[in-house]
Ligand binder design. Structure first.
Ligand code: PMP
Length: 385
């Protein structure tokens, strides 16, 4: 059976050049970067070389990057690391209702131990309004955490405006941005963003799984969440995932070089999907969720109100086509998406949302084929109703 992968927001295939760079490390290099002998020194040189290259592609200084075990750990380090360092100053945190669970569940945990969290609402397109951040800021607000691009609907947040507001109103408040989905899809230049902490993950940009990084603005002190040796400059203990780090740096370089090309490609896939669905499903039978103005080009979230999410998902899977449900990061669960709920979508749209996400290797023909199949599934199952 033919296989079509349209779930790149969940994870991406590894770029061959990334695999090649990692293969040398996995087969030939095994020193521990913390050892003093020549094997250790070589490992350290490799990790630091990767850090230099990653910093160059993210627009920051190498010492501002800490390698982590992925986006989830980066988010946890940003939140718990900040509150540990700043808790004597206040116990108020601001975030939004549409964050990834790595942030939301961390916030819920913090509420249990005495922190107060304000969850900002979003509008119908999934956007947070900067004035709401301004209104929510208090003298005891120690942290604001707002994602750049949403993983379910692709909506981009006005992080520049929000960052400027925080700096002008509450210069001591730490601003964290989860840029896991944004990396590789929109330009990122850490030092030019009015942001203190930024989370990244490698496997969303054709790099290996289980590795990521947290950008920590120079001079900002946060506490570690993993204790042990002195690796990662006392900010994250444990032997580094050297092959993963080398692969991540390579993937980030390729992503930075190919940003414009990828954007063109994603936009092309997006418009191909939408025009094909118009033909195969008919404009009255689906609704695109999210912003038409501020969005990540690789993510399109569409509701087909005549069919529940799981039915469409499984029928497409039987055709070899991989897409995601609205609640993309609670896969396996049939719970409605907290993102679509926060956007105030009516029940019929909430319960019929499908996320299509494009990436390396997708072709227009695959997208047209997918739209055909969506049309056939809807027609076939509609008849049975
Ligand atoms: N934040 C966002 C916005 C994400 O999309 C994801 C991945 N679904 C994560 C964080 C977690 O990243 P990882 O899978 O590397 O832990």
């Amino acid at each position: 059976m033919r296989k079509i992968y349209l779930d790149h927001a969940a994870s991406t295939p590894m770029h061959p050049e990334v695999a090649e760079a990692m293969m040398t490390v996995m087969t030939e290099k095994f020193g521990n970067a913390s050892s003093v002998h020549s094997f250790g020194r070589e490992a350290k040189r490799m990790v630091n070389g990767a850090r230099d290259r990653l910093a160059a592609s993210l627009g920051c200084k190498p010492e501002e990057l800490v390698f982590t075990g992925g986006g989830t750990e980066s988010d946890n380090l940003a939140l718990f690391g900040t509150i540990q360092a700043k808790k004597s100053r206040g116990k108020h945190i601001i975030t939004t209702a549409i964050e990834h669970h790595a942030v939301l569940h961390s916030c819920q945990q913090l509420e249990k131990v005495g922190f107060e969290v304000t969850y900002l609402p979003v509008d119908r397109t999934g956007r947070v309004h900067p004035e709401q951040v301004a209104e929510a800021l208090r003298p005891d607000t120690i942290l604001v955490s707002i994602m750049y691009g949403n993983n379910e609907v692709g909506t981009l947040q006005p992080i520049m405006e929000i960052g400027e507001i925080i700096r002008s109103k509450n210069a001591d408040t730490v601003f964290h941005v989860d840029a896991v989905q944004a990396l590789g899809a929109v330009p990122i230049h850490c030092n030019e963003f009015p942001v203190d902490l930024i989370s990244f993950s490698s496997h969303k940009i054709n790099g290996p799984q289980g590795v990521g990084a947290l950008y920590i603005r120079k001079k900002l002190m946060i506490e570690p969440i993993i204790y042990g040796g002195l690796q990662e400059k006392k900010r994250r203990a444990g032997t580094e995932n050297m092959a993963g780090i080398i692969g991540f740096a390579k993937a980030a370089e390729l992503a930075a070089d190919g940003l414009f090309r990828r954007r063109e490609q994603d936009l092309h896939m997006r418009s191909t999907l939408l025009t094909s669905l118009e033909r195969t499903v008919g404009r009255d039978h689906y609704k695109v969720n999210g912003s038409e103005e501020f969005y990540l080009p690789h993510i399109v979230n569409i509701s087909f109100p005549e069919m529940q999410t799981e039915t469409m998902l499984m029928n497409l899977d039987m055709e070899g086509i991989a897409v995601a449900s609205g609640s993309a990061c609670t896969s396996g669960s049939l719970e409605p998406s907290h993102v679509l709920e926060a956007m105030n979508l009516p029940q019929n749209l909430l319960r019929s949302a499908i996320r299509f996400s494009f990436g390396l290797g997708n072709t227009s023909e695959e997208i047209e084929y997918t739209a055909e199949k969506v049309g056939t599934i809807l027609t076939r199952l509609r008849k049975k109703l």
